[in-house]
Design a protein around this ligand. Structure first.
Ligand SMILES: [Zn+2]
Ligand SMILES: [Zn+2]
Length: 351
C-alpha cells in the first residue's frame, strides 16, 4: 500500500510498504478521508523537533471502510463505514485515569504492551481496535466522519468549561477547532458566541455555519477592545483558546474574560506563556487546559459528537476547503500551512 513518510519538516515522501495486518480485536480499514490537523503542522513549520523515530507516519483524523477483520472481532463486519478514534488516545486501561474514563490523560497514553500506538490516516490502509471504530450512518460522509476527531476535541472542552444560556462565549481562532467549538458550544446551549480571528474570510464561514453569532476581525480592531465592545465591557464567561503557537494569547484570553470566568486552553503553545497573575486574582479566573478527549459520564466524547452530527446539528459543509489524493500530500500540507493565501480551513487527504 501507499503511505506518507515524514522525514522532518517539509520532507514528506509517499512510499510503498506492506499492507498492515489486523491484530486480534483489530480491524483493517481502507482510509477514505484523513484531515491535516494543526498539530501535524508544528513539525512541518519547524516549531517542534521530532523526538521519536524518523521517518514516521501520521494522520489522526480519519475515516474509512472496514476491509478486513482480526481474530475475535465481533462488533464489525467487512464493508461497514466507520469513523475512527485515533490510536494515540488509547489508555493503558487500568490506571486511575483510565478507570474513571479519562484515558486521554493516562500516563502511558498511546502505549500498549510497551509499543507506541498511532493511527496512520495518510495511508491507503490502517488498523484500529474495534472499540475505536464507530459505525457511521449513510448520511454522514467520510469527510464529516474524519472531522469527528475535531468535534470530539470541542465536546471535551465544552465539558471542561461549560457555558449556559445566559453566557457569552468567546472563541479565539476561526480554524477547524474554532468553528467546531462554536457549533458544539451552541449545541450544548451557550447563549451567544463571539469569534475572534485575524482574518475575515474564515469568520464569515463560521457565521454561515452557525458557529458564531458575532465576529471580531483583529486586523481591524484590537481583539480585547472588540470583545469588550460587544459585551458592554463585561467580557466572556468562557474564553476558548484554539490558536496556540508563539504569541502571548493566554494573557489576551484572560484580559477578555468576565469576572469569575473560565479560560479554556485547547491550542498548543510553542512558547512559554506569561500569565497576568494580578488580573487572574482580581477577576478570580480559572485557567483550564483541554487535551484531546476521552469520555464523560461514561459516554465517549467522540460518540457524543457523532450523535450530534447524525441529528444534523453540526454543519460541516464549509469547513472542508481542499482535497488531495495521497500522491499530492506535499501540496496538501503546503496549502494547509499557508491558510492566509490558500483560504484553507480543513485540508483532507483522500488516500
Ligand atoms: Zn488533531
Ligand atoms: Zn491508563
Amino acid at each position: 500500500m501507499k503511505t506518507a513518510m515524514f522525514y522532518g519538516e517539509k520532507d514528506i515522501r509517499v512510499e510503498e510498504m506492506p499492507d498492515p495486518i489486523p491484530a486480534p480485536g483489530e480491524v483493517l480499514v481502507q482510509i477514505k478521508s484523513a484531515g491535516i490537523c494543526g498539530s501535524d503542522l508544528h513539525n512541518y513549520r519547524g516549531n517542534r523537533p521530532r523526538t521519536g523515530d524518523i521517518p514516521w507516519r501520521q494522520g489522526h483524523e480519519l475515516a474509512g471502510e472496514v476491509v478486513g477483520l482480526g481474530d475475535g472481532v465481533s462488533k464489525l463486519a467487512v464493508g461497514q463505514r466507520v469513523a475512527i478514534e485515533a490510536k494515540h488516545l488509547l489508555g493503558c486501561g487500568h490506571c486511575r485515569d483510565c478507570k474513571t474514563g479519562s484515558y486521554h490523560i493516562c500516563e502511558t497514553r498511546g502505549i500498549r504492551n510497551g509499543v507506541r500506538q498511532a493511527s496512520y490516516g495518510f495511508s491507503e490502509l490502517d488498523v484500529v481496535v474495534q472499540e475505536n471504530a464507530r459505525l457511521i450512518p449513510d448520511h454522514i460522509s467520510y469527510d464529516g466522519a474524519a472531522l469527528l476527531d475535531c468535534y470530539a476535541v470541542s465536546v471535551h472542552a465544552a465539558h471542561i468549561s461549560p457555558a449556559g444560556p445566559d453566557d457569552t462565549v468567546v472563541i479565539l481562532g476561526a480554524g477547524t477547532i474554532g468553528i467546531t467549538m462554536g457549533q458544539i458550544a451552541k449545541a450544548f446551549g451557550a447563549g451567544r458566541v463571539i469569534m475572534v480571528s485575524t482574518r475575515r474570510e474564515p469568520l464569515q464561514v463560521a457565521l454561515q455555519m452557525n458557529a458564531t453569532d458575532e465576529i471580531v476581525v483583529t486586523s481591524k480592531i484590537d481583539p480585547v477592545e472588540g470583545v469588550m465592545a460587544l459585551t458592554n465591557g463585561d467580557g466572556g464567561a468562557v474564553v476558548y483558546e484554539t490558536v496556540g503557537g508563539n504569541d502571548q494569547l493566554i494573557a489576551q484570553c484572560m484580559t477578555m474574560s468576565r469576572r469569575g470566568g473560565d479560560v479554556c486552553i485547547i491550542g498548543s503553545f510553542t512558547q512559554p506563556q506569561q500569565v497576568p497573575t494580578d488580573l487572574g486574582m482580581q477577576r478570580e479566573l480559572s485557567l483550564k487546559w483541554s487535551n484531546s478527549y476521552s469520555s464523560f459520564n461514561g459516554i465517549g466524547e467522540a460518540q457524543t459528537a457523532l450523535e450530534l452530527m447524525s441529528r444534523g446539528l453540526l454543519d460541516v459543509s464549509g469547513i472542508i476547503t481542499h482535497h488531495y489524493p495521497i500522491d499530492d500530500i506535499k501540496e496538501g500540507f503546503s496549502v494547509a500551512d499557508d491558510k492566509r493565501n490558500s483560504g484553507a480551513i480543513k485540508v483532507i487527504i483522500t488516500p
